[in-house]
Every structure is written in structure tokens, then in C-alpha cells.
Design a protein around this ligand. Sequence first.
Ligand code: PNS
Length: 161
Amino acid sequence: MRRAVCPGSFDPVTNGHVDVIIRAAALYDELVVAVLVNPGKAGLFGVQERMTLLREAVVELPNVSVDSFEGLLVDYCRANDVPVIVKGLRAVGDFEYELQMAQMNRELAGVETLFVPTAPQVGHLSSSLVKQIATFGGDVSRLVPKGVNDRLLAMGMGSAT
Ligand code: PNS
């Protein structure tokens, strides 16, 4: 059984995340999307809501599950017998930090990292930009799964036009 974890903050999940999840799910028997619980950072959405929005976004992918973790990612990998981390890489700006984390995670626990280059159509997406645009009433419906856009609209953010 080939298992991998796709970790992140997912505050909220974007179409860029979904692209990476779909492609990683095709490479492994089981893919766990794991939301970081960061007690020091509240975020726009709570962890439970991020997980709900993720579950809605991956509902059609039978080998994908959604979980959360606190602390070191490698401890989560060890506890759940997951040997591979999957990360999306957008542009060169992501690379330096991601490479450092990948090397450190391998040193800490022998966990490998697979980088998936994001599709060019979603390479400019980030949760932070989505939140910024939605906060100021911009339309993010093409950038996020429908469930996320609906939730933002319900919170008085984004734009229905
Ligand atoms: O979506 P993000 O915020 O870019 O995801 C970053 C994340 C959660 C993958 C990363 O911060 C992480 O792995 N955090 C867990 C703590 C940890 O293991 N730190 C050591 C990394 S070498």
C-alpha cells in the first residue's frame, strides 16, 4: 500500500491545492490531506471548518482522506506509517524553503518529499491572496472550490457577481 500525506494550512483550500491533491491521489493508493493545527495562529477558518471545506472539495476522490495534525509533520508521518510528503511547488520563490524543509524532514525521520509543480493556470494562487481579495469584496469564485466561495459569501466576503 503506497501512502502519502499532503500537509498544509489550507486556510482556505484553493483550486491550486485541489490540483496538487488530484495529481498526487493518482500516484498513491492512499493520500491523506493533513491540516496543521497551529495554536499560535488563529487563521480565518477554524481547523474543523478547513477540514469540512477540504472534504467537500475532495468528495469525488475515493482514496483521499482529510485529517489534522499538531507538532512536527514527521511525527505525524511516523505515527501513521506514511513515508512520503507531497508538496506543490508554484514558482522559484517556494523552492528554497520547501527544499530546506524536505531535507530536514528526511534527516529527522527518513521521510521523503515529492514536489508536484502546480499547473500554470493555478500557479499564482495562494490562500493569503484569496483571503485578501475576498476581504475587499473581490470575486474569488474562479480561484477556490464552490464550497469555499459559498462560505466566504456567507461571511460577507468575496463577491457574488
Ligand atoms: O500551507 P503551509 O502553511 O505552507 O504549510 C506548511 C506546513 C504545515 C506543511 C509546515 O509548516 C509544516 O510541516 N509544519 C509542521 C511543523 C514541522 O514539522 N516543522 C518542521 C519542518 S522541517
